[in-house]
Design a protein around this ligand. Structure first.
Ligand SMILES: [Zn+2]
Length: 422
């Protein structure tokens, strides 16, 4: 069981200088390792006897592939040639190389996202992967070669957890430490129980549940985005590398951080709200990274659904709620009531089934279908299935959030589906 806690740290001015220097060294060595990788790939693309005017063959044929272990083993040699490497803790350098190879492995498996060179200032974090003793003493964090750094331990490390890794992150507003803590205690995952809901996330409404609760879109961020635009415009007018450019750049970065913090705060509150509504929550298993590549790309990235999913899982875990995923294919194209497929274009906001005349909001309909699938997945093959299925059909669309919270509506109050007004 691993958790990440983020704390603000306050390195003094000499420590800031040192950390900045390490980040820069890491950036340079990252780029060096990437250059080697790129050269090797370019070399293997062309026949061995070709002239270098048209193709390149800069690395000998027996030069081994610069994999992680190869490049990591070269670090001690590199330290002799480049003394600045010695200043950085060696494990930090190793995990830095590891990071490049993680990016490279990702590219090989997915077929996109080739690792890029990092520009000056783009390396923003370093990872300390191992601690023999507890680095946290009172209000200080001791890091190798850096010494004791002040930390704002606004919440204590829970009982029974040990510190595994620490990532030091530089942000415009200051320095942060993300502490990975681990415990041997496995807390059993709750299994589906009680009241089940499905959740559909989208762009027109941020979230819709099968109980007809709709969280409106995130227009909330519009003001902060307008401010970001103004700041970016100001930045573009400044002369590059001037002092004023740097000041404007920091303002832009601060605004980006601000947006990210606000969004996360909003998502935590929303996750708690959802957990108030149900005992078991089902979501779609969409890969939001693929969605972000589509034509709605920028908006999906902004909404950060993937982050919301993991926050919801975490909050659910804390509160003993079940959070599960179901197959996402065609959830918006299926009638939750009779399960026939109903074609809808992206702009059709209303679900209206020609088979059973079931009507409701499009997002709520997909949330109900997700809920159906979740329940089927849970009770597959058991006799309960039939009953549960009909329960969902009866409840869906009628229950309002407040009524459910007060537990006013029961199954028998509502009666059968045919008695409903629609
Ligand atoms: Zn239908």
């Amino acid at each position: 069981m691993t958790l990440n806690y983020t704390y603000r740290i306050y390195p003094d001015s000499s420590q800031v200088l040192l950390l900045d220097e390490w980040l820069e060294t890491c950036r340079v060595s990252y780029n060096y390792a990437l250059r080697e990788l790129k050269d090797w790939i370019a070399s293997r693309k062309c026949p061995i006897d070709r002239c270098s005017l048209e193709s390149e063959y800069i690395m000998p044929a027996d030069y081994p592939f610069p994999g992680y272990h190869q490049q990591q083993n070269n670090l001690p040699k590199a330290k002799e040639a480049f003394p600045r490497l010695v200043a950085v803790p060696s494990q930090v350098l190793q995990t830095n190389i590891r990071r490049l190879h993680d990016a490279w492995d990702f590219f090989r498996h997915r077929g996109y996202g080739f690792p890029r060179f990092k520009k000056y200032g783009q390396m923003k974090s370093i990872l300390f992967p191992q601690f023999r003793t507890n680095p946290l003493t009172g209000w200080q964090l001791s890091l190798p070669k850096l010494g004791k750094v002040q930390i704002n331990l606004h919440r204590p490390i829970p009982e029974g957890f040990v510190i595994k890794q620490i990532r030091v992150v530089k942000k415009a507003m200051g320095w942060f430490a993300t502490i990975s803590i681990q415990s041997d205690i496995e807390i059993p995952k709750p299994s589906p129980y009680g009241h089940c809901i499905g959740i559909d996330v989208g762009l027109s409404s941020y979230l819709a549940t099968s109980d007809s609760f709709i969280e409106p879109g995130h227009k909330f961020f519009l003001a902060t985005y307008r401010r970001l635009k103004v700041l970016q415009k100001r930045l573009s007018k400044k002369k590059k590398r001037s002092a004023n450019y740097e000041k404007a750049r920091i303002k832009v970065e601060k605004q980006h951080n601000h947006i990210a913090f606000t969004r996360k705060d909003y998502q935590y509150k929303l996750a708690h709200k959802v957990c108030d509504m149900a005992d078991s929550i089902f979501l779609e298993d969409i890969d939001f990274r693929l969605m972000a590549k589509g034509f709605l790309g920028k908006h999906t990235v902004d909404a950060a659904f993937g982050q919301f999913r993991s926050i919801l899982k975490y909050v659910g875990w804390q509160r003993g709620k079940f959070v599960g995923e179901v197959d996402h294919k065609g959830t918006s194209q299926t009638c939750p009531n009779c399960r026939t497929s109903v074609r809808k274009e992206l702009e059709d906001r209303w679900h209206s089934c020609p088979e059973c005349q079931y009507e409701c909001d499009r997002d709520i309909a997909s949330a109900q279908e997700i809920c159906n699938r979740g329940i089927e997945k849970t009770y597959r093959g058991t006799p309960e299935k039939q009953e549960i299925d009909s329960q969902i059909v009866v409840l869906s669309g009628v229950m309002s959030l407040d009524k459910w919270r007060r537990g006013v509506i029961t199954n028998s109050d509502i009666g059968s589906a045919s008695a409903l007004p629609f």
